[in-house]
Design a protein around this ligand. Structure first.
Ligand code: DGL
Length: 289
């Protein structure tokens, strides 16, 4: 199995684009913004397409066969419209399942994000680590294999949150999100066993870093929270090579694409603009079961 943090694939230098590259950052919703921000910083000259499959959100609730079909069909449309040079699947729920099918279908480099279990095992002192993810991600064979390969000596708690991704979306859209709701979702991550307690939590859904400040504040005790976004951005730079136009720092040409667009509130537009996504387009791709 592919066991590195980013589930990346090496591409020969001859495949790298010589023109200004277009990077497509894809998620079921707004979680990929946490990855987008780091990717834009790392490659400020690139053209950016941020695609949110909000018609399919949340992916955490989809059956595995439905999710594979959905991601392939949405990607078909996005690749045909935007011709990316590289795609970041900024979604653990999709990456832990769909990357092999994507790589088989498209002649493009795909960078995925999968639970940071190896770094968590390296970081823990107590030996108790928790993986906070969607129910889909914690149920994956891929996630269980990561635990077996890299965290054999650790006590790993897999926490599948049904609500946290939705709460992160709500917060970004300007809705009131109760502290109690967030506290209840993260509570199972905090485990005490024989006098030891959890000291590392991996944020294995890209939505969760959107709530990081709040989670730190509500945590029953301090822990290391692992956000994989910086590592993903480094992998993008590795694959694309150095920025061809580093003088354009902060000047990414960027567009946000939504497959439904029904939840685009005023506060969300402002938040998107804050991520450099002032242009928003809708590419309707209804979810069919
Ligand atoms: N952001 C996605 C992830 O990293 C999942 C959210 C969803 O359930 O759609 O897993």
């Amino acid at each position: 199995m592919q066991v590195d943090l980013l589930a990346g694939t090496a591409y020969r230098a001859t495949m790298l684009p010589r023109h200004t590259p277009t990077i497509l950052v894809f998620d079921s919703g707004l979680g990929g913004l946490t990855v987008l921000a780091r990717t834009m910083q790392a490659h400020p000259g690139a053209h950016i397409v941020y695609a949110a499959d909000d018609a399919g959100f949340p992916y955490g609730g989809l059956r595995e066969d439905e999710l594979v079909t959905r991601v392939l069909s949405v990607m078909e449309r996005l690749v045909a419209r935007f011709h990316p040079d590289l795609v970041v699947i900024a979604c653990n729920t999709a990456s832990t399942l769909v990357l092999p099918a994507l790589r088989a279908r498209f002649a493009l480099p795909f960078v995925g994000t999968v639970p940071a279990i190896k770094p968590a095992a390296a970081l823990t002192k107590s030996g108790l680590i928790s993986v906070l993810a969607t129910p889909g991600t914690v149920a994956r064979d891929y996630t269980r294999e990561l635990v077996e390969h890299y965290a054999g000596g650790c006590d790993v708690t897999l926490v599948g949150s049904t609500r946290l991704a939705g709460l992160a979306e709500a917060a970004l859209k300007g809705d009131l999100v109760d502290d109690e709701a967030v506290a209840a979702e993260i509570a199972p991550c905090f485990v005490t066993r024989s006098g030891a307690r959890t000291d590392v939590v991996t944020l294995s859904c890209t939505h969760y870093p959107l709530l990081l400040e709040r989670m730190r504040r509500l945590a029953p005790w301090p822990v290391e929270w692992i956000d994989p976004a910086p590592a993903i951005a480094r992998r993008v730079v590795q694959l694309l090579g150095p920025d061809p136009s580093p003088d354009r720092t902060g000047a990414n040409e960027a567009v946000a694409v939504f497959t439904a667009g029904t939840g685009i509130t005023g506060p969300l537009r402002i938040a998107l603009a804050g991520y450099g996504l002032a242009e928003v387009v809708i590419e309707p791709i209804p979810l069919t079961h």
